[in-house]
Design a protein around this ligand. Structure first.
Ligand code: IDP
Length: 155
């Protein structure tokens, strides 16, 4: 298998940060065998939030969404692995936690659509990862390294 695997953008939202779920959420991806190549604690500016959720700017919930996502610290991250975008979307579960299966992050830790603990790039939107990673990380903030688990994770 090639060493350069797919990179995907994930972000712990302010509700999960305040509820002490950062470690739990990171642990889910570690346990799955994904490789963490970038992470930071930050607070989104109004502009960053509006850019990040630009596709929703005409929706009635847009202002609330921007207010919420800028309301406290978040943890943007980049995870790497085979088919990482689709895998991560499966792991976070449906957008509405009421529809998210138990065992998914939203299905286990959230009850409300507007407080669904985690964001991940949409696997059906081809440019999503590149766009979202660029909004939060410079190239030199993403670390290249040998992942010792690879031998035991991939055939
Ligand atoms: P995603 O986060 O699963 O990719 P999107 O459709 O991109 O889902 O929506 C972005 C975020 O906007 C959701 O995670 C959710 O917090 C919020 N959201 C989506 N639809 C609604 C709605 O109908 N009312 C309130 N908030 C919503």
């Amino acid at each position: 298998m090639s060493e350069q695997r797919e990179r995907t953008f994930v972000m712990v939202k302010p509700d999960a940060f305040q509820r002490g779920l950062v470690g739990e959420i990171i642990g889910r991806f570690e346990d799955r065998g994904l490789k963490l190549v970038g992470a930071k604690v930050t607070r989104l500016s109004q502009k960053q939030a509006e850019d990040h959720y630009g596709e929703h700017e005409d929706k009635p919930f847009f202002d609330d969404l921007v207010e919420f996502i800028t309301s406290g610290p978040v943890v943007p991250m980049v995870w790497e692995g085979e088919d990482a975008t689709r895998q991560v979307r499966q792991m976070i579960g449906a957008t509405d936690p009421a529809e998210a299966a138990p065992g998914t992050i939203r299905g286990d830790y959230a009850v409300d659509l507007g407080r669904n603990v985690v964001h991940a790039a949409d696997h059906e939107d081809e440019g999503a990862n590149e766009r979202e990673i660029a909004l939060f990380f410079d190239d030199d903030e993403l670390v290249e390294y040998d992942f010792h688990e690879s031998t035991w994770l991939y055939d």
